[in-house]
Design a protein around this ligand. Structure first.
Ligand code: CO
Ligand code: CO
Length: 304
């Protein structure tokens, strides 16, 4: 609990630890089945980010039973269980309460070798930073609520948010990784900042190299962004230095809160091309090197 790790790890024996995490939220897409899938992929992601193997899950449901059709809940739960099935995770229970606003999510328990835990700290100067999914799910889902998102943009975030980080996690562990986290509510730069905590390092993020969902640029340019983006940016204001030539909208996108975002992986420059190539071959097509870990100026993220 000392650091902002993605999940809790509890050592049982010298070669076995359990890993636990929980996540739930209000719908971010209209289709109930897709929402269930997104919620499950998102909840599982913290286990994958630490290199764990998820085994069991439990549903958490808040549902306005008096004003919403129970069929909607059934669809959500079907989406969740199908995604668990794909991940080879067993649903072992859950709990539901009546609530004014619908919320769904899961708690996930897995196993991990205590010596093989991938922390979010441990990056070293010279490392490359790989991001495995594009940015912009917060901006597009905000536009969706305001009826300003186009169908293709929504389809592309749904496809990405329902994609498990499982393969990316397996490949990074096989290649050798120094640090990893998943990009979620604090945005890319917020989670990058967490990777630097208690370390004498800095990072350079090449904004033009960061993959974006279609339409995100246009929405960000018009200022249609979620409130969380501004809070994320304000919170890390002293840590992040944005170069003059980087447009404001692009710097904003780097703070966009993500749901079921990609893994942000730090690994040696020597190993990075091999991991990237394997990811592309295995269908993680959007994985890209977006920057590197540097030694100076300590504690700062330079956005170039
Ligand atoms: Co996380
Ligand atoms: Co989480």
């Amino acid at each position: 609990m000392e650091r902002a790790e993605d999940a809790g790890v509890y050592k049982l024996t010298d070669d076995l630890a359990i890993i636990q995490t929980i996540d739930f939220f209000t719908p971010i897409v209209d289709d109930p089945y897709s929402f269930g899938q997104v919620a499950a992929a998102n909840a599982l992601s913290d286990v994958y980010a630490m290199g764990g193997k998820p085994l069991t899950a439990m549903n958490i449901v808040c549902f306005p039973i008096k004003k919403m059709d129970i069929a909607i809940l059934r669809e959500i739960l079907a989406g969740g269980i199908d995604k668990l099935h794909e991940a080879e995770v067993i649903l072992v229970g859950g709990h539901s309460v009546e609530d004014e606003e619908l919320k769904y999510g899961l708690s996930v328990t897995g196993t991990i070798h205590p010596a093989k835990v991938v922390l979010n700290t441990g990056a070293r100067p010279g490392d490359k930073l790989i991001l495995t999914k594009p940015l912009g799910t917060g901006i597009i889902s905000t536009a969706l609520k305001g009826k300003a998102a186009d169908e293709d943009a929504v389809a592309s975030i749904v496809k990405s948010m329902t994609t498990l980080n499982r393969k990316a996690s397996e490949l990074m562990q096989e290649t050798g990784v120094r640090a990893c986290t998943d990009v979620t509510g604090f945005g890319l730069l917020g989670h990058a900042a967490e990777m630097m905590e208690d370390s004498d390092i800095s990072m350079v993020i090449h904004s033009a190299a960061v993959p974006l969902f279609p339409g995100v640029k246009e929405l960000a340019e018009t200022g249609m962004v979620p409130g969380g983006l501004h809070r994320n940016r304000e919170f890390r204001r002293d840590m992040v230095k944005v170069a003059k030539e980087v447009p404001d909208y692009l710097a904003d996108i780097l703070f966009d809160p993500q749901t079921s975002g990609g893994l942000l992986i730090s690994l040696s420059a020597k190993k990075a091309p091999a991991l990237l190539e394997r990811m592309h071959r295995e269908g993680i097509k959007e994985a890209t090197i977006i920057g590197e870990v540097t030694a100076e100026p300590k504690g700062k993220i330079i956005v170039s």
